[in-house]
Design a protein around this ligand. Structure first.
Ligand SMILES: Nc1ncnc2c1ncn2[C@@H]1O[C@H](COP(=O)(O)OP(=O)(O)OP(=O)(O)O)[C@@H](O)[C@H]1O
Length: 590
């Protein structure tokens, strides 16, 4: 059975070439370190033991300087390659996350904690960087350079080599023990951070609601609790990191002490070795242990990064399976090369379509439904009956569990998704206003480049001209986050202006449930009917006027399409519909 490729192994396979370069640079760095020690010990030997004059060692000192420079450059090069690998890995992770979120169905994207996702996108991906910028370069260095050094020490003075060989494994053993402990802690930390960020962002977004319901204080306490938990998790990791550093220093100090003692005994007591050799080995030993020690710190950051990467992987995995109910779900493959839809409204057909948000939850079933091109459809029913769900299914914003949705007689999946979405505009009750100017917010209605006069024309058609004309900066007024606020009616008209730019073949319209003033209502109605002249219009309808004018009314109850037809027909043959109309009339009169 083929093993599932993890995110880390995927990222690693991208970095193969960089890792080969890294190994080459590490080898050169090892040679430079050994060369530096050899030249330095030779220079000291000549000056202090052989009392050579300065002119005879000028070349030696020049070579030493060159090797030191080369070492610095190689160490810098290693750092740069690490940073390059980290940047590449972060880009890949972000791309994967964005692609995943963008390809999820609308309901899946809207689900979950927004703040948590933001924190994951920004922080966990950043934390993952340490694996490539620190851990990998240090590990490759540790695998290459100490071996090189050990070989040289063995060749020059094998007893020191034996001590190094015996003491060195204590460092990785210690690292593994500590690493295992930090891994769990770091996963906890990322979890805490995500929770903290989530609580914080969600509280900020809902500040007005919280204040109104007098919940601001309890939310404050919740944020405090969340931040304290995050602090504790961070402190836990720091405690381990500090103890780790202290223990590593101790092991390194003892090991260097042991080699020095052995060298001193050989040099002074037994006089069995030259000063040159002893000094050369003595110069190499701290370098050897310092490299191993660096891997200790890198190991710690590597574990933290792995914890963060697991979180990213979980989000990618989670969303992969999200919404699957066990039955084969007709998912839409994004970006597939498929049929293109033309500018004309398509014929839309639903056959035996079933949908469920999750097992044991609300069920929607449509046996047969045909929407003719250019039709004006009103979906009606009680609150929670499934009107919006049906609208989203027709629009392909939700994937059906079974059955098929056809456009012009062919399954929906055969079409290129972008061609369908480009020909469609969705005017929701609460359209999202992005942070930017009014002109920019209108221009996002279409993919093609638009000029200012087209934006102005669209705004005028949507009945926004008067309101924008009254603003000091007109179309350049900043709206959305950090900008000017817009009323509910203005937001919907802005969404309408987006649709006017797009000139869609299919319009989805979620009619406002709250009453707009007569003037706004008239403007909206006029604009929408103008926009819908050449298009199929599917409205989740609440107004009697819209319902009466519709070519086809779909009456939904408890997720079932109870009846469809014209207003008069339904009043005649569907008592539930007749009652709804009656109640609506009474409501208006009262
Ligand atoms: N993302 C979701 N996950 C699970 N259940 C959902 C989800 N969205 C809606 N539902 C449930 O599905 C049912 C139908 O919801 P839907 O929004 O389609 O109703 P509606 O007729 O449009 O209601 P309203 O007129 O109040 O907007 C409701 O019971 C709702 O709670």
């Amino acid at each position: 059975m083929k093993r599932k490729q993890t995110l880390l192994s995927e990222l690693m396979s991208e970095q193969r070439r960089s890792m080969i370069v890294l190994t080459g640079v590490s080898l050169a760095l090892g040679a430079a370190i050994i060369g530096q020690a050899a030249l330095l010990s030779e220079a000291v030997n000549r000056i202090f033991v052989m009392h050579a004059d300065l002119s005879s060692i000028v070349f030696l000192l020049g070579s030493l300087l060159a090797v030191m420079l080369a070492r610095a450059l190689l160490a810098y090069g290693n750092g740069r390659i690490g940073l390059y690998m980290a940047a590449r890995a972060k880009r890949t992770m972000r791309e994967k996350l964005i692609r995943k979120l963008a390809n999820d169905s609308v309901s899946a994207t809207a689900g979950g904690q927004t703040g948590g996702k933001v924190s994951l996108m920004l922080d966990a991906v950043d934390e993952g960087e340490g694996y490539f910028s620190q851990y990998l370069p240090r590990m490759i260095e540790a695998a290459v350079i100490p071996l090189l050094m050990l070989g040289v020490v063995f060749a020059w003075h094998y007893p020191s080599g034996i001590i190094m060989l015996v003491t060195a494994p204590f460092i990785p053993i210690f690292m593994v023990l500590v690493g295992l402990k930090t891994k769990k802690k770091s996963e906890e930390k990322v979890e805490q951070l995500s929770q903290f960020a989530g609580t914080f962002l969600d509280s900020l977004q809902g500040l007005v609601t919280l204040k109104l319901y007098g919940r601001a204080r309890s939310q404050e306490q919740e944020i405090e609790r969340s931040s304290l938990a995050f602090r504790d998790a961070t402190m836990g990791i720091l405690k381990i990191a500090f103890t780790n550093t202290f223990m590593l220093e101790l092991i390194v100090m003892l090991s260097i002490g042991l080699v020095s003692l052995e060298l001193a005994l050989q040099l002074v007591v037994f006089q069995s070795m030259s000063f040159h050799t002893a000094f050369f080995v003595l110069l190499l030993v701290p370098e050897f242990f310092s490299l191993l020690k660096n891997t200790g710190t890198a190991f710690h950051s590597g574990r933290t990064s792995m914890g963060a990467m697991r979180k990213v992987e979980q989000l990618l995995e989670e969303r992969k399976g999200e919404g699957q109910t066990g039955t084969e779900r007709t998912t839409v493959q994004p970006g597939e090369e498929g049929l293109m839809l033309g500018p004309m409204p398509p014929n839309i057909q639903l056959n035996d379509v079933r949908f469920q948000y999750a097992p044991d939850s609300f069920k929607l079933y449509v046996e047969k439904l045909t929407i003719e091109p250019g039709g004006k459809i009103a979906i009606v029913g009680k609150s929670g009956a499934g009107k919006t769900t049906l609208l989203h299914l027709i629009a392909g914003l939700l994937p059906s569990d079974s059955g098929d949705i056809q456009l012009n007689g062919r399954p929906y999946e055969m079409y290129k998704r972008s061609s369908w979405f480009e020909g469609m505009s969705y005017i929701t009750q609460h359209p999202y206003i992005f942070s930017g100017t009014l002109a920019e917010n209108i221009a996002i209605g279409t993919n093609r480049a638009v000029n200012r006069s087209e934006v102005e024309q669209a705004a005028a058609s949507a009945g926004l001209a008067e309101m924008i004309g009254g603003l000091e900066k007109g179309f350049d007024t900043l709206v959305g986050e950090g900008g000017r606020g817009l009323s509910g009616g203005e937001k919907q008209r802005l969404a309408l202006a987006r649709a006017f730019l797009n000139q869609p073949a299919v319009i989805l319209f979620d009619e406002p449930t709250v009453g707009l003033d007569v003037h706004t209502e008239k403007v909206l109605q006029r604009s929408i009917s103008e926009l819908a002249e050449q298009a199929t219009m599917i409205t989740v309808a609440h107004r009697l006027y819209t319902i009466r004018e519709a070519d086809l009314i779909l009456y939904v109850e408890n997720g079932l399409l109870l009846g469809s037809g014209k207003h008069d027909e339904l009043v005649e043959c569907l008592p539930a519909y007749a009652e709804m109309v009656h109640l609506q009339r009474k409501g208006r009169a009262g």
